[in-house]
Design a protein around this ligand. Structure first.
Ligand code: NAD
Ligand code: DAU
Length: 359
């Protein structure tokens, strides 16, 4: 039975990944979820798996070397799936240091602990071990408007925000471990994810939540920045496939082939909300395009991201399966059914963040 050490499993993608893995492998795997529960970590996301015998949760900071080494000492970990990170670009612009600490130093601690646990006296590594580093397309910087340029695995690393610079640094560290020690790892660089359990500081859940409450919908700049949206389950599937089939030492881009301007996304959400809400629902009356409010642009706002997932399709057989029109309905349905989740995460600290960010 394979043992997975998942870091950041209480966050958005990590929790979706854990659900995906149990749906696929059920009792044939073991998962240890290591998360220090920042504002973005939420054990509510994992209620339905917490009583499983093949699941355990360890509250630990990935920067805490002793705590991380202890987990490796106590468990024969086969695969590390490293999600834990500070993930929000706007927060990184306001407070870059924690991004360097978690994303760079935390990754160094994870790499070193895995190396220590897995290396053999001859300098090689035990069979079947792998470190999967989950990264982002933002490390490639920004593409120009209106052209057919794409990010490939060979594109230059050119991060602009403190967040993407910290992720690029962590990618470089993983690469250094692969190059120097032949450490068994893969890097995946994924585009924007959406789906259940996403914290409403990110565009899609923020717009859904605000629209349902009749609050303004803040659009940065001219609203024409482009992101390449991928349904989170498709990302989970890609990670599982790279673990199983990815060639050690390789980097794989993961993307939705689904480029959309931010303003288009907002309009689709408004139309879909209208379509899905009952006529008798009082919220339906206040959902309209008048809520759209153009606000000051994000500093250093990357214009366009677009991933070419050719390599992962050709070498591994992965491709994005969920059309945006279907994925957004599944996402909105989840938020309709989980109003309490949204209420809990938007009370207290979130209000302070929101007022400060959008004042
Ligand atoms: P998230 O912010 O929702 O979750 C991050 C999780 O990491 C939280 O549970 C948090 O508590 C945990 N964490 C943070 N600091 C920690 C620390 N020091 N020790 C232990 N746990 C810590 O993030 P997400 O959107 O789920 O992103 C997960 C990963 O995927 C990140 O590495 C991110 O860079 C990458 N990624 C995200 C996207 C996206 O669209 N969200 C796209 C591509 C790549
Ligand atoms: O591309 C992958 C990245 O996608 C991940 O690495 C990051 O962890 C993840 O947060 C995401 O980064 P973005 O900055 O692209 O996502 P965000 O949801 O913050 O913003 C999406 C776009 O919407 C971006 O162009 C900024 C814009 N935006 C965002 C917010 C929160 C607005 O116009 N208004 C807003 O209120």
């Amino acid at each position: 039975m394979k043992t997975y050490l998942v870091t950041g499993g209480a966050g958005f993608i990590g929790s979706n990944f854990i659900h995906y893995m149990y749906r696929k492998y059920d009792n044939d795997i073991r998962i240890i979820n290591v998360d220090c529960l920042t504002y973005a970590g939420n054990l509510e996301n994992l209620r339905s798996v917490e009583d499983r015998e093949n699941y355990s949760f360890v509250k630990a900071d990935i920067c805490d070397r002793e705590a991380i080494e202890h987990i490796f000492d106590e468990n024969d970990v086969d695969v590390v799936v490293h999600f834990a990170a500070e993930s929000h670009v706007d927060r990184s612009i306001r407070n870059p240091e924690i991004f360097v600490q978690t994303n760079v130093l935390g990754t160094a601690v994870m790499l070193n602990a895995a190396k220590k646990a897995w290396e053999l006296p001859d300098g090689g590594f035990k069979e079947g071990k792998k470190f999967l580093h989950v990264s982002t397309d933002e490390v490639y910087g920004s593409l120009p408007d209106d052209n057919n340029a794409f990010f490939y695995e060979t594109s230059p690393i050119d991060p602009h925000s403190p967040y993407s610079a910290s992720k690029a640094s962590s990618d470089m560290l993983v690469k250094a471990y692969m190059d120097t020690y032949h450490f068994p790892a893969n890097i995946t660089n994924c585009s924007n994810n959406y789906g259940p359990y996403q914290f409403p500081e990110k565009l899609i859940p923020l717009i859904i939540n605000n629209a349902l409450q009749g609050k303004k919908l803040p659009v940065y700049g001219d609203g024409k920045n482009v992101r390449d949206w991928l349904y989170v389950d498709d990302h989970a599937k890609a990670i599982d496939m790279v673990i199983e089939k990815g060639r050690i030492g390789e980097r794989y881009n993961v993307g939705g082939h689904n480029e959309k301007q931010n303003i288009e996304i907002i309009e689709i959400i408004l139309d879909t909300l209208k379509e899905m809400l009952d006529d008798s629902d009082p919220r339906k009356a206040h959902i309209n395009r008048d809520l759209i409010t153009y606000v000051e642009d994000r500093k250093g706002h990357d214009r366009r991201y677009a991933i070419a997932p050719d390599k992962i399709s050709k070498d591994i057989g992965w491709y994005p399966e969920t059309m945006f029109k279907d994925g957004i309905k599944l996402t909105i349905k989840w938020y309709f059914e989980n109003e309490k989740w949204m209420k809990n995460v938007t009370s207290g600290e979130y209000q302070k963040y929101y007022n400060d960010m959008y004042k």
